[in-house]
Design a protein around this ligand. Structure first.
Ligand code: SAH
Length: 381
């Protein structure tokens, strides 16, 4: 029986080089192939003329090129584009491109649904249906670039892993995908232009600090544990003090010229009071960070409301007056449900079976993440 081929888009430079060497070829041949694929947009191995016949034959039996199918594409009045990408399982994940001046920021999904169940996020409400693999994460950038090019637009300039899912609970695939995003022989973005956003999986933030130096965003949303426990259930496992310590460590890895982003979704009557701003300013004082304020984006049945424009402005002003950088993230693409927290794809199994599955997976994933991170820490010592 013939072996199934490996998806080329799921392989970063290191793994390709290793495969070439194992097959008896020089590692630099892998780099030549990457150039063909990503710089010359060529996926026909037979046409890669600087490789030997034997190498081309080996490539053709070893690799293929698999992209998710683009099942839907909607464009907002503000230029935001949202794609629904269909996976082989039939499920849809969403990817959003937000144009802003010369920037083309792509908001990429890392999981089908999410297991963290943050109370104000539509993705969490629909349950968890699995991880994307590295190829499925990375190829969202390929598909977006193709579409942008077809529209005569410039390509993706920034990537944020702020779509569906918790990137740090799909660690290995996310690392491979971000390494392709940052590789000059693939997408070639600077590391500060690729951001991993996390709800605060503390051991995995430490592991990230040992692995890479891409940009990091933390979804904080509350200055006290009592408030955060009710918004981000993961906080009960990893309280704010532990999260802040992990952030501090990551900032140290980034070095003096870079900082991390703190995301704070403002919800009326929940975390938008001046006392909250005051506590937040104090909590973040020691941390080199930029605060991103996101007025809550409503979705049916959420039970939460967006604060008034005045409350948002007062909150921001307090932070600015107390030495913080605090940006207001304007709502983009909400006419096509592409704004933060509105991504749901089409994963709507709400049966009890799904609930139990999700709870079990959440417990397992966190345990697994911790054990992997423990192993890593031991190896590093
Ligand atoms: N799991 C990751 C990435 C996905 S969420 C994380 O938690 O960071 C991306 C951002 O959108 C997070 O900061 C999240 O808290 C925010 N968000 C989720 N739902 C939202 C909503 N309804 N309105 C505004 N922001 C929301």
């Amino acid at each position: 029986m013939t072996q199934p081929r490996t998806n080329f888009y799921a392989c970063d430079r290191a793994s390709l080089e290793a495969a070439f060497v194992a097959a008896g070829f020089d590692a630099y041949r892998a780099r030549q192939v990457m150039k063909w694929v990503y710089h010359h947009d060529l996926t026909d191995f037979a046409a890669m003329t600087n490789l030997s016949k034997a190498q081309r034959a080996w490539l053709a039996t070893t690799y293929d090129f698999r992209l998710p199918e683009v099942a839907a594409c909607q464009t907002s009045t503000d230029g935001t584009i949202k794609w629904g990408m269909r996976l082989p399982s039939g499920e849809l994940v969403e990817t959003v491109m937000i144009p802003e001046g010369k920037r083309r920021t792509l908001c990429v999904s890392s999981q089908v649904g999410c297991m963290l169940d943050c109370t104000f996020c539509a993705t969490g409400k629909q349950g968890f249906n699995g991880n994307l693999d590295a190829g499925q994460i990375f190829s969202q950038t390929i598909l977006a670039n193709r579409e942008l090019k077809a529209r005569g637009d410039s390509g993706v300039t920034n990537v944020v892993l702020m779509g569906m899912g918790e990137p740090l609970l799909n660690f290995d695939a996310v690392i491979t995908a971000t390494s392709l995003m940052c590789d000059d022989l693939a997408l070639g973005l600077a590391k500060r232009r690729v951001t991993i956003s996390t709800a605060g999986v503390v051991p995995q933030i430490h592991r990230l600090a040992d692995t890479t130096d891409v940009a990091l965003a933390i979804s904080l949303h509350a200055p006290t544990n009592a408030q955060r426990d009710s918004l981000v259930p993961l906080n009960k496992k990893y309280p704010i003090e532990d999260l802040m310590a992990a952030c501090q460590r990551y900032v140290d890895v980034l070095g003096e010229r870079r900082s991390i982003t703190v995301e704070y979704t403002l919800i009326r009557g929940v975390n938008d009071a001046l006392l909250d701003a005051k506590r937040l300013a104090k909590l973040l004082r020691p941390l080199r960070c930029k605060i991103n304020l996101i007025p809550f984006n409503p979705f049916p049945g959420s039970g939460f409301e967006r604060p008034s424009a005045t409350a948002v402005r007062d909150f921001q002003t307090y932070l600015l007056n107390h030495g913080h950088s605090a940006m207001l993230r304007t709502t983009r693409g909400d006419d096509i449900d592409a704004a933060c927290g509105q991504l749901v794809g089409r994963v709507e199994d709400r049966t009890r079976r799904q609930e139990r599955y999700r709870a079990r997976l959440a417990a397992e994933a966190v345990e697994h993440a911790e054990s992997v991170s423990r192993v890593n820490t031991v190896e590093l010592r």
